[in-house]
Design a protein around this ligand. Structure first.
Ligand code: ARG
Length: 461
């Protein structure tokens, strides 16, 4: 492509380090769409002849079907997707192909192509997260009243409902989706027509190409347009936070399914056996979701390091933006699918959950609240009295609801047998009716709200 000035070809190592075709071939559909938009605009502006534009468009369509059909021969000597397409276009339509690169550069081309690719990835991730939320909300509705232990410091804290716990992940996924949507909004400006770095002397209509490619507008500064990779960084940042959330749920599944906890079980669909220990049922998928977080963070870190300190405008360093991002976004997509599958598959052991929910004096706060509400004792004092009662129960080896009234009255004489009404785990969760609380009524309302919202947006899609 730059043969005019070069007497010999590149060293084999030069070719190897320089070529990006092994990974940027994944941009083929975007590259062809952007070239078609550019050619149509050049013709409309009278920069190239209309019949050349028609030939270019037909040739590009042929190339697209060759690539889709796996019949295209990618050549590493042609370095990247842009030159592979252009060289093939020249084979197909002859000299007219040489007019396509008028008023553009690979610098604005690659920025445009990769924005289109990342935008598609964001849309696919958003749809996958919506499906994940739907699965969780359905399960939450089914388990609105299933009592499980709630933990802080991984110590039994207070009883909660399984549905409430699942809806916590629906909220996280909602924030993830809004972060992706936000990144998409800022991404959606077209670099095409910025050319190498300075813009061009040709009378382009950049708004026309922007609209044709679904961008909101054209970028306003050519130097920024060809050297901006914020859209990749932001998307990877959103992906990293989403991966954090998935890894937390994955870790909980690992803990719940351990015989040590025994709170839930995954079926054969989402577990593997051991080649030596016949009894094993390993939660490999959950462990891998937990682990793949590493490569997603890695891609974000790698690209922030690549971009740091780069002077304007395009630098070849920026070619390193693609492999990590493509790998990370594919990994995230797979992780969302795996977590959706596991969320549907996961079967809570409701009896075991209920027993565990009551262990460790988990309704002690309910007792303290009763003292405040019924006897008008200040909370700090109620906390102190309850501490004495829990200590007495521990000495007697009894749960709170089995402790004799007399033992409680030794700590606070005004306690009546009415106190026993608040000490069961069901009463405990049913009483947590504050907005955002774990009460089954709240969970049912929230789960239904989510399902309605998700069904509505799925229909609009
Ligand atoms: N393969 C390059 C990349 O991915 C395309 C842009 C190359 N531009 C250049 N002037 N060498 O960034």
């Amino acid at each position: 492509m730059w043969g005019g000035r070069f007497a010999s070809g590149p060293d084999a190592i030069m070719e190897e380090i320089n070529a990006s075709i092994d990974f940027d071939r994944r941009l083929y559909a975007q590259d062809i769409a952007a070239s078609k938009a550019h050619a149509a605009m050049l013709a409309k502006q009278g920069i190239i002849a209309r019949d050349d534009a028609v030939k270019i468009a037909r040739g590009l369509d042929t190339i697209l079907s060759e690539m889709e059909g796996g019949k295209f021969r990618f050549k590493r000597a042609l370095e990247d997707i842009h030159m592979n397409v252009e060289a093939r276009l020249a084979d197909l339509i002859g000299p007219a192909a040489g007019r396509l690169h008028t008023a553009r550069s690979r610098n604005d081309q690659v920025a445009t192509d990769f924005k289109l690719w990342v935008r598609d990835a964001i849309d696919a991730i958003d749809a996958a997260l919506a499906g994940y939320q739907h699965t969780l909300a359905e399960k939450a509705l089914a388990h609105a009243a299933t009592v499980m232990p709630g933990f802080t410091h991984l110590q039994t804290a207070q009883p909660v409902t399984f549905g409430h716990h699942l809806l916590a992940y629906v909220e996280m996924a909602a924030r993830d989706r809004s972060r992706f949507a936000d990144a998409r909004k800022r991404l959606n400006e077209s670099p095409l027509g910025s050319a190498a770095l300075a813009g061009t002397s040709f009378p382009l209509d950049r708004t026309m190409t922007a609209k044709a490619l679904g961008f909101d507008r054209a970028t306003a500064n050519s130097l920024d347009a060809v050297s901006d990779r914020d859209f990749v960084l932001e998307t990877l940042a959103a992906a990293s936070i989403a991966a954090v959330h998935l890894s937390r749920f994955a870790e909980e599944i690992v803990i719940w399914c351990s015989p040590l906890a025994g709170l839930a079980r995954l079926s054969d669909k989402f577990t593997t056996g051991s080649s030596i220990m016949p009894q094993k049922r390993n939660p490999d998928a959950a462990e891998l979701v937990r682990a793949k977080t590493g490569r997603i963070f890695g891609a974000l870190t790698a690209l922030t390091v690549v971009m740091k300190g780069l002077p304007l405008a395009y630098q070849k360093d920026m070619q390193e933006d693609k492999e990590g991002a493509m790998d990370a976004l594919s990994a995230l997509t797979l992780c969302i699918a795996a977590m959706t599958g596991m969320a549907a598959d996961l079967k809570p052991d409701t009896a075991r959950m209920k027993t565990a929910a009551g262990a460790g004096y988990s309704t002690a706060t309910d007792l303290a609240d009763w003292l405040v509400r019924t006897l008008k004792i200040p909370f700090r004092e109620a906390h102190h009295i309850t501490g004495h009662i829990v200590a007495a129960a521990e000495r007697a080896g009894l749960p709170l609801e089995k402790l004799p009234l007399a033992t409680m009255q030794a700590a606070e004489p005004r306690i009546t047998k009415a106190v026993f009404e608040v000490l069961s785990v069901e009463r405990s969760v049913a009483s947590r009716v504050s907005y955002g609380g774990t009460a089954p009524d709240n969970v049912r309302r929230e789960a239904k709200k989510w399902l309605k919202k998700l069904d509505k947006t799925a229909r609009a899609r």
